[in-house]
Structure formats: structure tokens, C-alpha cells
Ligand binder design. Structure first.
Ligand SMILES: [Zn+2]
Length: 290
């Protein structure tokens, strides 16, 4: 969306807080996001907003809060793409309005599966985990999976969920996996805000997020190391028909991460290609990339 750091909504938003997320009143209480115009990573929220001046927006804290500590110099750099966003002085940061966009929109979630039923089951689960969201869906065709690009997906997703009904051999990632290119493209566009859900697969222990035995064997004997790496990031969940309490909690964690577009951690085992930055965005239209 277009820069509008002066908007009433953005300024009023700073009384809001994410702390109430679990009270059921989340809908109107999420702080709005200020994102890097180049890469879309969240730099600050309305909670830290002090005021908007002519060409800068002033914050008394950035997001995440330790960003300030990590960068001791006077220039505020985007942790995602490295571009200079503004300057620091005393206890405030002044970010340039032409480099930081306000996003007041909901979280955009895209759910994909080969099966419509899995999509229909997943949508209400995601809406429950993160009510401040729009969920789009897409039934995948096997024939389109090789070389799949998440192009023309509008609105562009912040979070992509791939649901697979586990019937027999689970071919998910790498050379023979159905979803390798889907996940790669989604990983690139959302900077790692991706989740794989296997249904008809109960975790072996109550507190487990996924069937660790299955994931271990897929990753070490099934020639699918990438799904193993994703599971170590907490980005694989397995359940029979519906998520357990710990899994719901994990969904809330992952959707919140996606909402704020945290820079992804560097992880062993995630293909290098996936972590490459998508082509440079045109200012004010970084969404149109997708
Ligand atoms: Zn950036």
C-alpha cells in the first residue's frame, strides 16, 4: 500500500498492543506494521510510534526491540535487505517516509493442497489461530508442481501453508517431492514464512508438534533432507484430523511471525536458492511482485 504514515489509523494505533492476542479481542488490537519498502520486513510497529514529521516517522522503539542493540551506529539499516532506512539520535529513530511503508492490512494467508477437503478443514483452524487475517486458497494440480512459481497470487501472501494428506509414501520435498518448488517459491516470497501440515498423521507423543519418527526417516532415509530442516524450525505439523493444543499455539507463533515479517533465521538444510532475495521490488508496489 502507499505510504501514509500520517494517517489517523496509524497514529491512533499506538495505543493498541499485541499483548491481548489471546483474549479474543485481537481483531482491533494488533499494532499496525511499518515495513521496509524494499523487502517488506517489519521494522517498527505503531506501538513505538512517536510522531510523523515532514519526511520522517519518529519511533522510540523499533521492531524487534533488540534491533537497536544490534546496530550500534547512527544509521538504521534494514535487517532484511540492508538498505539504510533512517537515522538514530538519542533514544529515537527517524525513518524516512520514502523507505518505510505503513501496512494496516490483515495477515494474508494462502493455503494450498492437492485436495480441496484438506483446504476446507484448514481454513477455520487458521482463522481461529489468527483472526486478523484473510485466507485465500488454491487447489494444486500435480501437473503444475514442477517449476511452480507463486506468481500472480493476489493479494500477495504473508504466510503460505501447504497441507498434504498423508496416504502412504509421503513425497514432500527435494528431488522426488511434490511440493519442493511450491515451498521454494513460497519461501522466497514470504522469507521463510511457510508451514507444511501433514494430515492423517498423528504425532507419537501428546506434546509433539509432529511425528518425529516419520520426519526423521523422511529426512535421513527418504532422501528428503529439506522437510527435516523445516521441521527443526517448527514449520512442519502433523495431525490426524485436527491440531492439538501445542500445535494451535505453534500456529499462533508462526502467524504472528509472518504478520511482523521477522527476518528468517539462517538454517542448515534449507536450500540456498530458497533464501535468495526475490527480484528487487518497485517502491510502493512490493506486493505486485507476486
Ligand atoms: Zn529491507
Amino acid at each position: 500500500m502507499v505510504i501514509d504514515a500520517n494517517s489517523e489509523d496509524a497514529l491512533n494505533g499506538h495505543t493498541a498492543g499485541i499483548h491481548h492476542r489471546n483474549t479474543g479481542k485481537q481483531e482491533h488490537e494488533l499494532p499496525s506494521r511499518f515495513v521496509c519498502q524494499m523487502c517488506g520486513i517489519c521494522i517498527a510497529t505503531s506501538e513505538g510510534l512517536v510522531e510523523a514529521r515532514d519526511d520522517v516517522v519518529v519511533f522510540n522503539q523499533l521492531y524487534p526491540a533488540d534491533l537497536a542493540k544490534a546496530q550500534a551506529n547512527k544509521t538504521v539499516q534494514c535487517p532484511g535487505c540492508g538498505q539504510a532506512l533512517g537515522t538514530r539520535a538519542d533514544s529515537v529513530s527517524m525513518l524516512r517516509k520514502d523507505r518505510v511503508l505503513t501496512r494496516l492490512e490483515r495477515l494474508e494467508i494462502l493455503v494450498c493442497s492437492l485436495k480441496q477437503q484438506e483446504i476446507s478443514d484448514m481454513v477455520p483452524v487458521l482463522q481461529g489461530a489468527f483472526p486478523h487475517s484473510n485466507v485465500s486458497t488454491r487447489v494444486l494440480q500435480k501437473a503444475e508442481l514442477r517449476g511452480f512459481q507463486l506468481s500472480a497470487a493476489k493479494p500477495c501472501p504473508d504466510f503460505v501453508v501447504v497441507v498434504h494428506r498423508n496416504e502412504g509414501r509421503a513425497l514432500l520435498t527435494d528431488r522426488n517431492g511434490f511440493y519442493h518448488d511450491v515451498l521454494g517459491s513460497a519461501w522466497q516470497q514470504t522469507r521463510g514464512n511457510v508451514l507444511v501440515v501433514l494430515t492423517r498423521t498423528e504425532p507419537k507423543a501428546d506434546a509433539e508438534l509432529f511425528d518425529s519418527q516419520l520426519l526423521r526417516s523422511l529426512s535421513t532415509q527418504g532422501d528428503q533432507p529439506t522437510i527435516g530442516a523445516m521441521s527443526s524450525l517448527g514449520r512442519v505439523l502433523t495431525w490426524e484430523f485436527s491440531p492439538s493444543k501445542p500445535q494451535l499455539k505453534q500456529l499462533q507463533v508462526l502467524t504472528a511471525k509472518a504478520y511482523f515479517r521477522e527476518p528468517p533465521p539462517v538454517v542448515q538444510g534449507i536450500p540456498g536458492q530458497w533464501s535468495k532475495h526475490p527480484p528487487k521490488a518497485v517502491p510502493s508496489a512490493w506486493c505486485s511482485l507476486l
